[in-house]
Write a protein that binds this ligand. Structure first.
Ligand SMILES: C[S@@+](CC[C@H](N)C(=O)[O-])C[C@H]1O[C@@H](n2cnc3c(N)ncnc32)[C@H](O)[C@@H]1O
Length: 253
């Protein structure tokens, strides 16, 4: 795979130390972010999309936002560069930690934070006819919220664009992926799914641990296809075309 040697110092330091600082200067322990291999995979996706506009649901401490903003900075095409990041808790629980980190990395000019839940914020972008080139869904992880995030983003995502989902080892996320693959024209971006190799013992440990926590994963194609290769939970889909089925279409998913 194409190795990315470094993202930027701020991102690398946060990924290594699992600590960031909020707007009060308080140290915050990072426990709900993408991992380093996932950060590199996400970076490759954003670079592949060469986006003018990108969006993520779930800003939290800002690791994925740092990756998006860095890729906007590094992309080759000259265009506008906006990364929308949606989160109802940035001002409150997270005390603007993401904004502090993105500013420290010198990337704040790319970031537009939408302080609200995705089902209220994304429709405003839709009303403004915003088109996005790539997206990341990492907000509230239940089926209904993840599905709603996809349903809305699909209406803005250009054909050829990408949408990534985090924690796809969860059954709710897998249900949404199954819906997309049966009711829309998307394909798994296998070319972007390759990640740094990890010790076999780690892969096996996570494969078994997730299966013990959720035994129905034994029937999950995702678990067998991807979690036997590594422990990452990031899945990237490429949109083949704008498509919605006829009004009475249904396929089991
Ligand atoms: C797992 S964290 C995201 C981690 C982040 N993507 C990263 O890698 O740094 C999930 C985030 O989703 C946010 N969230 C929860 N409900 C949401 C909603 N309805 N709309 C948007 N974001 C939501 C939470 O506040 C939290 O910040």
């Amino acid at each position: 795979m194409n190795q990315i040697s470094k993202l930027n110092e701020v991102t690398e330091a946060i990924l290594k130390n699992k600590i960031a600082f909020d707007e009060d200067g308080k140290e915050r322990k990072i426990d709900d972010a993408i991992s380093r291999p996932e950060a590199y995979m996400l970076y490759k996706m954003v670079i592949a999309a060469q986006p003018a506009v990108s969006i993520e649901v779930g800003l939290a401490f800002g690791i994925s936002a740092l990756v998006f903003c860095q890729a906007h900075n590094d992309k080759k095409t000259m265009s506008e560069s906006i990364h929308y990041a949606v989160d109802p808790n940035q001002l409150t629980f997270y005390r603007n930690t993401a904004i502090v980190s993105v500013k420290a990395a010198g990337l704040y000019k790319y970031l537009k934070v939408l302080n609200g839940p995705s089902h209220l914020e994304i429709p405003n972008l839709l009303k403004d006819n915003i088109v996005v080139d790539c997206a990341f869904v990492d907000g509230w992880h239940t089926f209904d919220y993840t599905f709603t995030d996809f349903f809305l983003i699909d209406k803005m995502l250009r054909p050829g664009g990408y949408i990534a989902f985090h924690d796809v080892y969860g059954r709710a996320k897998q249900k949404v992926i199954n819906f997309i693959l049966t009711h829309r024209k998307y394909e798994i971006a296998e070319d972007l799914m390759e990640i740094e190799s990890e010790p076999l013992v780690k892969t096996v440990k996570f494969f078994l641990w997730r299966l013990l926590r959720s035994p129905s994963l034994i029937f999950s194609w995702y678990h067998w296809k991807y979690q036997t290769k590594n422990s990452s939970g990031l899945l990237i889909l490429r949109k083949k075309e704008n498509f919605e089925p006829n009004f009475d279409f249904f396929k089991n998913f």
